[in-house]
Design a protein around this ligand. Structure first.
Ligand code: GTP
Ligand code: PEP
Length: 206
């Protein structure tokens, strides 16, 4: 039987987020692009049959309002403590359920790819992670019920997750593994098929 996972999605305040992506769209559209990618990530997670709910961790009132309207629960960030603290905080709110951490920059993610990755994690019964397409970063970290998430996101996180004892999952899940950090990543995600919110931003004239 499939577990029902709680997905924890961290989102930086829009004014500070996705600095490497600046320039991919005209300057005023940048916050809207970051928000749209987060909304598509959350929508795909909510549409995945093995996900029971999404907890977003974010201090930005606009992001919180949009994601709650989309069906997520939102928690405030731990003040100035960073990404891994935010994930640990969000994971604790899952109350011992299986937790999957997802970055909020997966605008091409398909629910079916996420479901297959989660089934692979469940079959292992251990902490497991999915590297990004480049191989050095992490897009997903999963912990079974009752096991601490112990996130090590940040530069070189795939190696850090491996060192921490998590198992690397190497499935062919391009829509899940295509995180968007740069304009070139956004082009690649566009080629895979963007979610509707990100697609709409890119189609809106400046
Ligand atoms: N809640 C929260 N989310 C964070 C924090 N730092 C990063 N994130 C989120 O974690 C995910 C992965 O982070 P990055 O891909 O490095 O995003 P970023 O820091 O906005 O991007 P750059 O400025 O280009 O480094 C994204 O969804 C970010 O919004 C943080 O301090 N708090
Ligand atoms: C935070 C991460 O994202 P990126 O490396 O894409 O900034 C990560 O991969 O751990």
């Amino acid at each position: 039987m499939l577990s029902t996972w709680v997905a924890v999605v961290p989102v930086k305040p829009l004014g500070a987020a996705k600095t490497r992506l600046r320039g991919a769209v005209p300057r005023p559209a940048h916050p809207g692009l970051v928000l749209a990618m987060a909304r598509d990530t959350v929508a795909a997670a909510l549409a995945c049959p093995s996900v029971a709910g999404v907890v977003a961790v974010c201090d930005d009132p606009l992001v919180r309002a949009e994601l709650v309207a989309d069906g997520a629960t939102c928690l405030p960030d731990t003040p100035a403590a960073g990404l891994n603290a935010a994930l640990t905080f969000g994971a604790r709110a899952a109350g011992g359920a299986p937790v999957v951490a997802l970055t909020a920059d997966l605008p091409a993610m398909r629910p079916a790819d996420l479901a297959v990755a989660l089934a692979a994690a469940e079959a292992l019964g251990r902490r497991a992670f999915v590297p990004d397409l480049e191989g050095s970063g992490t897009v997903l970290l999963a912990a079974p019920a009752g096991v601490a998430l112990d996130p090590h996101f940040g530069p070189g996180s795939a190696a850090a997750h491996l060192r921490s004892g998590a198992v690397r999952l190497d499935g062919d899940w391009p829509s899940l593994r295509r995180d968007v950090d740069t304009a070139a990543d956004l082009d690649a995600a566009t080629g895979l098929g963007l979610g509707p919110h990100t697609g709409e931003i890119l189609c809106t004239p400046a």
